[in-house]
Every structure is written in C-alpha cells, then in structure tokens.
Design a protein. Structure first.
Length: 83
C-alpha cells in the first residue's frame, strides 16, 4: 500500500491545478483516518514521506476489526460534499 500511495502522490505532483484529491484510510480504529485533506496536498518529497510514514504507523497500531462498509459510506459523503 505504501508503494502505491507513493506512486500516486508522485504522479499527481504538479497537477494540483487540475485535480483535487485526499487520502483517507480505515481500520478497526474507525472508518476515517485522514492522511491528506483536500487542498492540503503534500508538495515536497519530505511531506509525502511523512504521509507514508503516518500510514505505516497507523497500520502498526490499528485495532482489529473491519470498518470497510462504514468507510465506503464516509468516502461517498466526503466526495459528494466536495463537489
């Protein structure tokens, strides 16, 4: 997952005038774990590395459990509110 997110952030770098995006995870701790908010795009490699590091840390301390359905519902609401 970390490699995929890194590739996505790198490929979207410089296109913030064209795309609006965020990164939100989920785990047994809850359906919404925001890593990047809309409009707060990590612009430097160090900022992008901090996003990946926070994702890895969150997965290391995550409680067991599945919030996939709740996460999907929250994601749909979040995207709809941005439009």
């Amino acid at each position: 997952m970390a490699q995929a997110v890194t590739m996505l952030m790198e490929s979207l770098s410089g296109f913030d005038h064209k795309y609006s995006w965020s990164i939100v995870g989920h785990s047994g701790n809850g359906p919404e774990l925001p890593f990047v908010e809309y409009g707060q795009i990590p612009r430097t490699r160090m900022q992008r590395a901090e996003v990946v590091s926070s994702m890895i840390s969150a997965s290391a301390i995550a409680a067991s459990g599945d919030t996939t359905v709740e996460a999907i519902e929250a994601a749909v609401k979040r995207v709809a509110s941005e439009e």
